[in-house]
Design a protein around this ligand. Structure first.
Ligand code: AMP
Length: 415
């Protein structure tokens, strides 16, 4: 019982192979810079004695077919994968499922056509995700393959949260609405948070903060997303590494009219030259702290703007939920940056957050609670694990089909 998770980007394929019985990682790695003169292929695996081994190779990788071919050859050489029969399923990360997919879905031609149809909403991601799916279907025609969507977790949002105040026609005919992203991460940490609180997910009200280079906040009621900060695209919401998050839409007209900026230039500005990078010249939060230590006022302001925006969402989602069991931090910043956590929670004692300063500052790797025992609201740090969530959801989707039909159908979807 092994599950292979694939995350295909435009120039990379990341993979993890899990043992489904205990969710142990048997192998993991990535091919990067596909199609470039100097590609690279690196990974690690457990040998027969359970020892971790690793490799890093520079090699030209022409396309996704060759990339996945090398990954599979490696898995066989290192004997973590015996062959097709050794694989229970393959789970694929797919960024945009639109409104069509609310759950992980068994992939067939019709599903691929719908994913392709979503490409205008995620032009950088969906075509790359599909490239990986096509190659994997060719290599493993007998293995069930499941698409796990970044957007699916947020499909439980009510219309009040997902509709923009725009003419209905734009929603009905052109699908302009809020979708939300990072859903696999928010789903994973929500489930882990409930386990840490000793409750069923249905009993928990949570605000989950995924703070990495991309960042989003989600309000989770009873295990379901009821609001999230990203929108039609992953540009809306929080301040991110290079993305601006929320803006007055009239800034577009102002820049176009007064600076002559066209759509391409605005896209580049908001997605790649804004956020922390735009505010202070760097997008790495560790470097921002280093610069603040040297008296850099732009870096100090960048951190303030980042936390200010975060607290606005925290307040909004707390009101939406009405009652909060836990605030969850994850992502590179959320998991590692004690100062961001402390600033986010500062002055919220009256609302039930009693931070444990020492626990918050302690350098830890694993899941932990950083509030005092008597704090009515828990603050939890939970390292995200999107690959594991994809693997679990993949297996659940297969089992759901199995239990419904008593056998595995050649072509059916779970949606
Ligand atoms: P991710 O996209 O989840 O990999 O997160 C990337 C972000 O996490 C970058 O802004 C990093 O600077 C930040 N990060 C990683 N480690 C730390 C750390 N120890 N302290 C503060 N920020 C960190």
């Amino acid at each position: 019982m092994k599950v292979l998770v694939l995350n295909s980007g435009s120039s990379s394929i990341k993979y993890q192979l899990f043992h489904a019985a205990n969710w142990r990682v048997l192998a993991a790695g990535a091919v990067n810079r596909i199609g470039e003169p100097r590609g690279e292929f690196s990974g690690r695996w457990r040998d027969a004695d359970g020892e971790e081994q690793g490799f890093a190779l520079d090699q030209t990788i022409a396309n996704h077919r060759e990339g996945l071919g090398r990954i599979v050859a490696r898995l066989r050489e290192t004997q973590v994968l015996a062959g097709e029969g050794d694989l229970t399923a393959i789970g694929h990360r797919v960024v945009h499922g639109g409104e069509a997919f609310q759950r992980p879905t068994l992939i067939d031609g019709a599903v691929m056509a719908v994913i392709r149809g979503m490409s205008p909403l995620a032009p950088l991601h969906n075509p790359a995700n599909l490239a990986g799916i096509e190659v994997a279907l060719n290599l493993f025609p007998g293995v069930p393959q499941v698409a796990v969507f970044d957007t699916a977790f947020h499909q439980t949002m009510p219309p009040a949260a997902y509709r923009y105040a725009l003419p209905e026609e734009l929603y009905k005919a052109h699908r302009v609405r809020r979708y939300g992203f990072h859903g696999t991460s928010h789903a994973y940490v929500s489930r882990r948070a409930a386990a840490l609180l000793g409750k069923a997910p249905q009993e928990c009200n949570l605000i989950t903060l995924h703070l990495g280079n991309g960042a989003s906040a989600t309000a989770v009621r009873g295990g379901e997303s009821i609001d999230t900060s990203m929108g039609l695209t992953p540009l809306e919401g929080l301040v991110m590494g290079t993305r601006c998050g929320d803006l007055d839409p009239a800034i577009h007209f102002y820049l176009a009219n007064n600076l002559g900026m066209d759509i391409q230039a605005l896209d580049d500005l908001f997605n790649r030259r804004s956020g922390l990078l735009g505010l202070c010249g760097v997008n790495d939060m560790r470097e921002i702290h280093r610069r603040i230590g040297q008296g850099d006022s732009a870096a100090a302001l960048a951190l303030e703007v980042f936390c200010h925006r975060l607290r606005k969402y925290l307040g909004a989602y707390w009101v939406e939920l009405g009652r909060l069991d836990a605030l969850v931090f994850t992502g590179g910043i959320g998991e590692n940056d004690a100062e961001v956590r402390a600033r986010t929670c500062a002055g919220l004692e009256g609302m039930g957050i009693l931070l444990d300063e020492a626990a918050n500052q302690a350098r830890g790797q694993g899941e932990r609670r950083v509030t005092r025992a008597e704090s009515p609201v828990a603050v939890l740090v939970i390292p995200t694990n999107e690959e594991l969530e994809i693997a679990r959801q993949t297996l659940e989707a297969i089992e759901r089909i199995d239990s419904r039909s008593g056998m595995f159908p050649a072509s059916s979807t779970v949606s």
